[in-house]
Design a protein around this ligand. Structure first.
Ligand code: ZN
Length: 176
């Protein structure tokens, strides 16, 4: 039940896994997608947000979107910038950046507690733990795939102004 985000094993003594109920996970992903879509400037930053927005339980299944931090599409060349960007995105979400785009009123204290936990995880994660295959496998665009993992040109939802994943808009799909 629920979804768990965890660190690579060597860090687990530093930051314990983050377990969330399914409902809380949806809010968590949505506020990160909103904040990151407001803050992303480079294509790599947009891609990190698209990867998170792809963890949309309304499409891929309830309780199936947990992940390990090294599965995120980090790249070795720009890891420091990517890490800074994700930390900013989390801080933005904690500050309520764009939350008015949600059609519901989330339990703020619960979400913020999870976001703070996630912030600790990303902060502790290091370049040595990157698995470049995560990015390469995820971003590989197949020739005649009409729904590529990374939508071409990084389109945004017209209603919510957030980046679309291959599952379209995480806010539209969840009724906002
Ligand atoms: Zn939308």
């Amino acid at each position: 039940m629920g979804n768990t985000i965890s660190m690579p094993r060597k860090f687990e003594h530093l930051v314990e896994p983050l377990g969330m109920s399914n409902g809380l996970t949806s809010v968590f992903m949505e506020v990160l997608a909103i904040s990151g879509s407001i803050l992303a400037k480079t294509n790599r930053e947009k891609e990190l947000i698209i990867w998170l927005a792809q963890r949309d339980q309304s499409v891929v299944g309830i309780g199936t979107v947990g992940f390990e931090i090294e599965e995120m599409p980090w790249t070795i060349d720009s890891f420091e910038r990517e890490k800074d960007f994700i930390l900013h995105t989390i801080s933005g979400a904690i500050d309520g950046l764009g939350w008015e785009r949600l059609s519901y009123e989330p339990r703020k204290d619960w979400v913020i507690e999870c976001l703070e936990h996630f912030h600790l995880m990303i902060n502790a994660f290091d370049k040595e733990s990157i698995n470049m295959n995560s990015y390469l496998e995820w971003s590989e665009i197949e020739e005649d795939d009409d729904r590529p993992t990374i939508p071409r040109g990084y389109p945004k939802c017209e209603k919510h102004d957030i980046y679309l994943s291959c599952h379209f808009c995480i806010l539209c799909n969840n009724g906002s």
